[in-house]
Design a protein around this ligand. Structure first.
Ligand SMILES: [Mg+2]
Length: 313
């Protein structure tokens, strides 16, 4: 996930110490933290350790030239998203085109105008920052601010693998707002949106930091609870259920009560082999909670699972 630091960092790789010092002085005055390297071969290590927001890269250097260093930076997953600006005395168009084709974001020729260089570094930084924001947004549900379905799908895969490897319990809570369609039809969609946002916030505040609360779709939500037992997950679900019941929601002055139903399952009872199996089991419990009167938590205990197996035979 994006790291937006207070102090922006620039890494300068240039075999000329004079250039290093010059650029360093200019950028420090602009509030950048600066690190330097003398050759392209140092670029990856320095970039990994210093984690710069922008890299200024010379092209002509003794051991590894800037083109090769840029290629290596772009090939490495930990450094590939750092914008590279070539800083070079090569003024030929073909060098500039080549540099940009390799993946640099900009190309500045020496001797450079310090004001222009600073502006270009700021611009590269802005681009990186916006891309990171976009990346974050792609994982977030716009209405509730929770993680979205795509993020949940990716995350549960990782959590399931970890749980299987260490034989940890991975618990899952699925819940859904009771009679949501009726709320929407009676009070309007914008009130429905408020309900979803409030319900989401309630779950987010009650969940542990390691739990992932996501919007599963429509009025359905899901909480992934790594290293949590069935009982622990059921207790958490119960607290979220109470929290939703206690929400003070109003529509045109009228107090509206909202409730939700919950299904809980864990790998200890269901097994580690299949994610759909875990999700479906929690979902079946949610359905059972709805069937037995809503506003309650239904847990997939071993006995219950055996019973339902018998029932489906
Ligand atoms: Mg040079």
């Amino acid at each position: 996930m994006a790291v937006i630091r207070e102090k922006k960092r620039v890494l300068i790789i240039d075999d000329s110490v004079v250039i290093q010092r010059l650029v360093q002085a200019r950028l420090r005055a602009d509030g950048f933290e600066v690190a330097t390297g003398n050759d392209g071969s140092e670029a990856i290590e320095l970039a990994k350790n210093f984690q710069p927001d922008v890299i200024l890269l010379d092209i002509d250097m003794p051991v590894m030239n800037g083109f090769d260093a840029c290629r290596a930076l772009k090939d490495n997953s930990t450094t590939s998203s750092i914008p590279v600006i070539f800083l070079s005395s090569q003024t030929r168009t073909e060098d500039k085109v080549r540099g940009l084709d390799i993946g640099a974001i900009d190309y500045v020729t020496k001797p450079f105008d310090p004001v222009e260089l600073r502006a270009r570094v700021r611009s590269a930084y802005r681009t990186k920052y916006l891309l990171e924001l976009l990346e974050q947004k792609a994982q977030i549900d716009g209405l509730t601010g929770l993680y979205n379905r795509a993020f949940f799908d990716a995350r549960i895969k990782e959590e399931m693998e970890r749980a299987r490897r260490y034989r940890h319990s991975l618990a899952l809570v699925i819940f859904d707002v009771d009679r949501f369609k009726r709320l929407n039809d009676t009070y309007g969609h914008s009130f429905g949106d408020v309900v979803l946002a409030e319900v989401a916030e309630t779950a987010r505040l009650i969940a542990r930091q390691t739990d992932v609360v996501a919007r599963y779709g429509g009025e359905e939500f899901v909480i992934t609870l790594p290293e949590q037992t069935l009982e622990g997950a059921a207790q958490l679900a119960e607290r979220v259920r109470e929290g939703i019941e206690e929400l003070q929601l109003r529509h045109n002055g009228e107090k509206i009560s909202v409730t939700a139903s919950f299904g809980v399952a864990s790998t200890i009872e269901v097994g580690y082999e299949s994610i759909p199996e875990l999700v479906n089991t929690a979902d079946r419990m949610l359905y059972a909670a709805k069937e037995s009167g809503r506003n309650r938590v239904c847990v997939a205990s071993k006995e219950k699972l055996q019973q339902s197996e018998l029932a489906t035979v």
